[in-house]
Design a protein around this ligand. Structure first.
Ligand SMILES: [Zn+2]
Length: 215
């Protein structure tokens, strides 16, 4: 059983790295972002609540995140372990989490603010089918038009410099004490996330001694 926590600012590729690790090592990817996105897409009450909060550029409050993640963890549907993404969010949640779960370690993806801005402000979203684009990494074939459904691409309401500056500040203020607490109790691998997806993944595996069994 392997249990990891992954921490990384927006644009650090945290979700991608978590999924790559989860796929190869049969871990369940417990992502607060994915849970919220599912609820938004399915027009649940929770989804409407989350949508309203992020439109103002703020982070969803800790109590809501905690409640949703506790419910998710209570399913106990992992046989080989999990990688938890987007939780815990504050010191109290971290203390509680560490009392309840033995973890193998924390993956901390680091990105300078200037690089976060460059990446996040390049994001686009299809107004028709909801597919994500990125003008740096995943450009549409025709400018501002979805490859799949032909609808116009839009910028998310919360992907503007002012909202992003608020999120960056909130993130740094809240995440630093969480990382410090983890560092006192667990192994934290801080990894430079400015590199390519495969390079970052290789370093995560090297730092935690994760090797795939020979085929
Ligand atoms: Zn589309």
């Amino acid at each position: 059983m392997r249990k990891f926590v992954i921490i990384g600012i927006q644009g650090s590729g945290k979700g991608t790295q978590a999924r790559l690790l989860a796929d190869d090592f049969d871990l369940v990817h417990l992502s607060i972002g994915d849970i919220f996105r599912w609820n938004i897409q399915h027009h649940t009450k929770l989804g409407a609540n989350v949508k309203r909060i992020v439109a103002t550029g703020h982070l969803v409050d800790d109590e809501l995140v905690e409640r949703v993640m506790q419910e998710r963890l209570a399913l106990h549907d992992w046989n080989f372990g999990f990688i938890i993404d987007g939780f815990p969010r504050n010191v109290r949640q971290t203390e509680f989490f560490l009392e309840s779960y033995d973890i193998d370690g924390v993956i901390n993806l680091e990105l300078p603010d200037s690089e976060v801005e460059r990446r996040v402000l390049a994001r686009r979203l299809c107004s028709g089918c909801g597919l994500d684009y990125n003008l740096i990494a995943h450009r549409p074939k025709v400018e501002d038009v979805c490859d799949v459904c032909g609808s116009p691409l839009i910028v998310r309401a919360d992907d503007n410099p002012d909202a992003l500056a608020v999120r960056l500040r909130e993130y740094r203020e809240k995440t630093l004490p969480v990382i410090e607490l983890f560092q006192r109790k667990e192994f934290v691998a801080t990894i430079d996330a400015t590199r390519s997806v495969p390079e970052i993944q290789a370093e995560i595996r090297a730092r935690f001694g994760l090797h795939l069994p020979a085929p």
